[in-house]
Design a protein around this ligand. Structure first.
Ligand code: HEC
Length: 172
């Protein structure tokens, strides 16, 4: 090995060390870029309709495969979450309502460090089922059987005139 080569290796190491140091673990969370979900994934339609039976199965699967990081309640505080440099997503976050099914499906399938990819580990139907289950964590599933309960905001007492009759169908 000649001297020039050694210098290059040394310089490279110094460079790598500096970059690693500047991306300290504290700033990891903020530096996390939004996921780049491909357009074709966003257009995918969920072929699995949420059903009581299906959701129960998906819940079981979630407890087995996801709860270690995302927590049994989906809040992202599972037992394995503490050791991770990136916090597992909070599936109870109402912001997830803005996300389309295809996007959630794609994220489960592809994963992103430290979240593993479930491609090949779970069937597509299982992943779509998990999307439906995650929906119940931040939103009630909109099945035709589902009777919509009027949401009562505990902070703001509903005015007397606004009481909804049970069984009133929503716009959905
Ligand atoms: C090893 C821990 C771990 C396991 C196991 C895991 N996840 Fe994650 N998950 C993460 C982390 C960490 C993130 C945040 C990744 C990021 O932001 O880059 C995440 C993000 C997500 C997101 C993206 C949320 C959003 O903002 O849109 C979804 C959806 C998700 N996980 C679903 C699942 C499902 C479903 C399972 C089980 C089949 C699972 N995860 C298993 C760690 C995990």
């Amino acid at each position: 090995m000649n001297a020039t080569r050694l210098t290059i290796i040394f310089a490279l190491n110094a460079f790598l060390f500096c970059t690693a140091a500047s991306v300290g673990t504290d700033s990891m969370q903020e530096k996390r870029k939004p996921w780049r979900v491909p357009k074709r994934a966003l257009r995918m339609k969920n072929p699995v309709k949420p059903s009581v039976k299906g959701l129960a199965l998906s819940k079981k699967l979630y407890m087995k495969e996801c709860a270690s990081c995302h927590g049994k309640d989906g809040k992202g505080k599972g037992s394995a979450a503490k050791g991770l440099e990136v916090k597992p997503a909070d599936h109870t976050n109402p912001d997830m309502n803005k996300e389309v099914d295809g996007s959630i499906f794609w994220k489960i399938r592809i994963g992103r460090q430290p979240m593993p990819s479930f491609r090949g580990k779970l069937k597509k139907e299982q992943m779509w089922g998990l999307v439906n289950y995650i929906r119940t964590l931040h939103k009630k599933p909109a099945t035709s059987k589902d009777k919509k309960k009027p949401k009562v905001d505990k902070k703001k007492p509903a005015s007397k005139g606004e009481k909804k009759k049970p069984g009133t169908k929503g716009s959905n």
